[in-house]
Structure formats: structure tokens, C-alpha cells
Design a protein. Structure first.
Length: 128
């Protein structure tokens, strides 16, 4: 499946404690050899984002695209990515990139899966 990837996307961006999220146009991330680009279809807001907005948590980094509970479709995969390909629907856990299937439940419980780590993923945007 071939999908045209735009150069920019809309993202809900954090600008510091007490400030409302602002929807901004930002560049779509580039994909490295071991990475995949995901078109985000659904994103959850967890307590962490609410703590950022209230000021309870403050990394001192702004602006920042928040979000780490996302579902989407792989649109590009780097040459070293062997577990997913364009067109695959995926669940992105805080630490893991997991295709739907038998490993998804394990990932939701925080258990290890064979799909490796994707790191922190900003989900309140169009692509990641």
C-alpha cells in the first residue's frame, strides 16, 4: 500500500504549565533505518498529560507534542524494520510498538513482546 505522506501535520502542542494546548502545523517526522512512520488514527489522553497542563509535572521543555497512547497505520518503514510494513495497523504502547494480534494484550499489561521498543511517542499529532 502506497500512501502519500505530507510534509507537515497538525499537532496539539504543550507550551508550559497552565497554558492550553495549541494546535499547530509542524513537520512530519523523518524515518530512520530502524524506525516506522505511523499515521495516527486515535490517541488517548492520560493523567500524565493532565499533570503537564496543570503544572504538577514540568520538564522545562516547550513547545512539546504530548501523547503516548496511540493507534494508527504504518505508512513508511525503514530498511532495518522487520516487524511491521506499510499498511499494518499498530498499537503504540508507552514503550512498545505492537501490531494488533496476540501480543497486543501482553503489551497493554506492560509485559514484554517480541516487537522491541519505540521509545516515547508523541501521539497528539497526525504522524509519528
Amino acid at each position: 500500500m502506497t500512501r502519500t505522506v505530507p510534509q507537515t501535520m497538525q499537532a496539539a502542542r504543550y507550551h508550559g504549565p497552565g497554558a492550553a494546548l495549541q494546535v499547530e502545523t509542524v513537520p512530519v517526522p523523518t524515518v530512520g533505518g530502524g524506525e516506522a512512520l505511523i499515521r495516527i488514527t486515535h490517541a488517548g489522553v492520560c493523567r500524565t498529560e493532565l499533570h503537564f497542563l496543570s503544572g504538577l509535572l514540568n520538564l522545562g521543555i516547550a513547545p512539546l507534542t504530548l501523547g503516548h497512547e496511540i493507534v494508527g497505520e504504518v505508512v513508511l518503514a525503514g530498511a532495518a524494520v522487520g516487524t511491521v510494513q506499510p499498511g499494518d495497523r499498530v498499537i503504540v504502547n508507552y514503550y512498545l510498538l505492537v501490531p494488533p494480534g496476540p501480543h497486543a494484550r501482553r503489551a497493554r499489561r506492560g509485559e514484554p513482546t517480541p516487537h522491541g521498543s519505540a521509545g516515547t511517542v508523541p501521539g497528539l499529532s497526525s504522524y509519528r
